[in-house]
Design a protein around this ligand. Structure first.
Ligand SMILES: NC(=O)c1ccc[n+]([C@@H]2O[C@H](COP(=O)([O-])OP(=O)(O)OC[C@H]3O[C@@H](n4cnc5c(N)ncnc54)[C@H](OP(=O)(O)O)[C@@H]3O)[C@@H](O)[C@H]2O)c1
Length: 268
């Protein structure tokens, strides 16, 4: 199928990675539908309103794409939320909100799109995970857990959908300079929290690393390459060399030694 006839739906297209990818893929000639709750100010792609935490909203948005384009070839589950806080002091509400967005949100859309792909006899689902999925990061345990869950779902879905010629894979970015810093949920610490000192240090470092990171176009280009790969790999990692190396060090080094290195890195 030629680039221009492929129809792509990418969630979380109002800012950051999703917006950059939607713009880039449109520029390459794909027909791109970008979804989000808020409408992006400038967009060269077609926008559809979708809240990934709402079953009705997901159904309506997927129906709208089908009505307008008549087909769908690629789903990119990108919508996501960051969260930071000590696990002991993070409320159930915040945790549920992040799992509902990052994990259930992706699954909700998959359930709507899989029957379309099956009927067509092909399709690609690309889940935007994170290098944080590979390591339980301090004060980012919930975020790491959602992305690790997404990668596990990716692996299960890949096997379940193989016989229908539906490819499933995930892309694990390292830090990327987006609005994730501003949009990240932050747990309210208890008065005189025992975590206040370490949490403040780590939180500051997380924000600095994201602010100084690569621009989202790096991920947009990686997404474009995956879309054009006839048989995509299960997982792709794109990020700074230090963050990619950490994944290997975690496997190769004694576990407690790696943990110590990570804590030193965060000044804990
Ligand atoms: N930036 C990084 O360092 C980094 C690293 C690894 C992985 N990631 C992942 O990359 C993805 C994109 O993040 P980003 O960095 O581009 O962050 P971002 O700039 O904050 O963008 C997040 C996008 O998700 C959408 N979104 C959030 N909640 C939603 C909901 N309930 N329904 C529909 N859309 C929702 C937002 O749109 P609305 O608010 O308008 O709905 C926005 O378009 C996320 O899955 C994130 O976890 C980011």
């Amino acid at each position: 199928m030629s680039t221009s006839s492929k129809v792509i739906l990418i969630t979380g297209a109002s800012s950051g990675i999703g917006h950059s990818a939607a713009e880039y893929l449109s520029g390459l000639g794909y027909r791109v539908f970008g979804s989000s709750r808020t409408q992006p100010q400038e967009a060269h792609f077609e926008w559809v309103c979708m809240d990934v935490t709402s079953e009705d909203s997901v159904r309506e948005a997927v129906e709208e794409v089908l009505e307008r384009a008549g087909r769908l070839d690629v789903l990119i589950n990108n919508a996501g939320l960051g969260i930071v806080g000590p696990l002991e002091e993070t409320t159930d509400e915040l945790i549920y909100q992040v799992f509902n967005t990052n994990v259930m949100g992706a699954l909700r859309i998959c359930r709507r799109v899989i029957p379309i792909f099956r009927k067509q006899g092909h399709g690609l689902i690309l889940n935007i995970s994170s290098i944080a999925a590979e390591i339980g990061l301090p004060f980012r345990g919930i975020y790491s857990a959602t992305k690790a869950s997404l990668d596990a779902l990716t692996e299960s879905l890949s096997m379940e959908l193989k016989e229908f010629n539906i490819h499933v894979c995930s892309l694990l970015p390292g830090d990327i300079a987006t609005s994730i810093n501003q949009n990240r949920l932050v747990a309210s610490l208890q008065k005189n929290s025992v975590y206040a000192h370490n949490f403040a240090k780590v939180h500051r470092q997380i924000k600095e690393e994201v602010s100084n990171a690569d621009k989202p176009i790096v991920i947009a280009k990686a997404i474009a390459r995956i879309i054009e790969t006839p048989s995509p790999r299960l997982h792709y990692t794109v990020g700074p060399i230090l963050q990619k190396t950490a994944i290997w060090l975690r496997i190769l080094l004694p576990q407690r030694f790696f943990e110590r290195l990570l804590m030193l890195f965060y000044g804990m």
